[in-house]
Design a protein around this ligand. Structure first.
Ligand SMILES: [Cu+2]
Length: 342
């Protein structure tokens, strides 16, 4: 345990260094995104792809203390509306009632906006100055939604405290499609508490609603509407954690360490890998290969370093196991079932 925590400290510092440079890049990039947005909308129009309506996601998170000295985020409410807040639909029932580790997976699409209000709900005895936050990667936001403390952002403490919630605003601007981690940045070490349970993921589906899939030895471009399941797998140094999402209903389920993933035979399923440990990993799914993004190749293994992420889609045909074949992780038994039923 002591070893794990010291690794986590190291990890947090690595995060911090990378994030500070990333965030200034993001702010520079943001200036251009209005124009890029107009261009990509025009392109989509010309190509005849369906342009999906942009949506606003009003989300309420609670950060709670759970057994064993751990902490977890809980989805209190998730409303999806048009960008002006009209025609709201309540999708809170997709999530488990209680707090979960990993935290809720927030599924949005390119062009959408998020307003996330975080409530500090550890327990009544918590000192009034204790902080908790949500710091996200990948999507765009202004300085007040960084989820860091004033000594890092030179602006203000962007935390929920026991007596006050905090609201974050994110924009999934054109170019932010992908799968991104979020985590606390302000509790305890002031660098992040993912090792204590406060982390999760945001899936930004592309505006095109298309992806490339492997089926046997061929590549196919498919609509995301044909993808039945999303599996979000977090690669820690000694185990996988994960969430399985039924894309038809949006229902999310949480399976503990090295969770069994389930699929129906001959359906399309998408894996989202997020490396959160300090180790290097080598992910494999024997019997399957998948398109390597940005190339025309099919590959059957992927090496991932700290905070790297990777997404691929396959056609489920046979049972397998997913596993980490980097030697130390293999020895630690980092593997779980991929169960494909008739
Ligand atoms: Cu981070």
């Amino acid at each position: 345990m002591a070893r794990k925590i010291s690794q986590a400290f190291f990890l947090s510092n690595t995060y911090l260094l990378r994030e500070r440079s990333n965030n200034s890049l993001i702010r520079q990039k943001r200036l251009k995104c209005g124009f890029a947005g107009i261009l990509s909308c025009a392109l989509l129009f010309l190509l005849g792809s369906p342009v999906q309506a942009q949506e606003l996601h009003k989300i309420e998170f609670a950060a709670e203390k759970i057994d064993g000295g751990y902490y977890a985020y809980r989805m209190r409410q998730h409303l999806v509306s048009d960008l002006n807040g009209g025609n709201a639909i309540d999708v809170t029932a997709r999530y488990p009632d209680g707090p979960t580790i990993p935290g809720p997976t927030i599924v949005i699409k390119e062009g959408d906006e998020v307003e996330l209000t975080l409530y500090h709900q550890f327990d009544p005895a918590t000192p009034a100055h204790e902080h908790v936050s949500v710091h996200v990667h990948g999507v765009h936001y202004d300085i007040e939604s960084d989820g860091t403390l004033e000594y890092i952002n030179h602006f203000k403490d962007e935390s929920a405290i026991p007596v006050m919630s905090y609201k974050y605003r994110w924009i999934a601007a054109p170019g932010t499609a992908g799968t991104w981690p979020y985590h606390d940045h302000n509790m305890l070490t002031h660098n992040g508490a993912e090792d204590r349970g406060l982390y999760g993921a945001v899936i930004v589906n592309p505006a095109s609603n298309m992806t490339v899939m492997s089926s046997g030895n061929s590549r196919q471009t498919i609509s995301l509407d044909t993808v039945a399941k999303d599996y979000v797998l977090y690669l820690f140094d000694d185990a996988f954690a994960g969430t399985e999402i039924d894309r038809a209903t949006g229902q999310q389920s949480y399976g503990g360490a090295n969770p069994a993933l389930t699929a129906q035979k001959n359906t399309n399923v998408r894996f989202h890998l997020i490396a959160l440990g300090t180790n290097f990993h080598r992910f494999e799914l024997p019997g399957y290969n998948w398109p390597e993004p940005g190339t025309d190749q099919l590959v059957s293994a992927k090496t991932l370093g700290p905070i790297e992420k990777y997404v691929f889609t396959v056609h489920a045909t046979q049972n397998s196991i997913y596993l980490d074949t980097a030697l130390n992780n293999l020895l630690l038994g980092m593997r779980g079932a991929f169960l494909v039923s008739e």
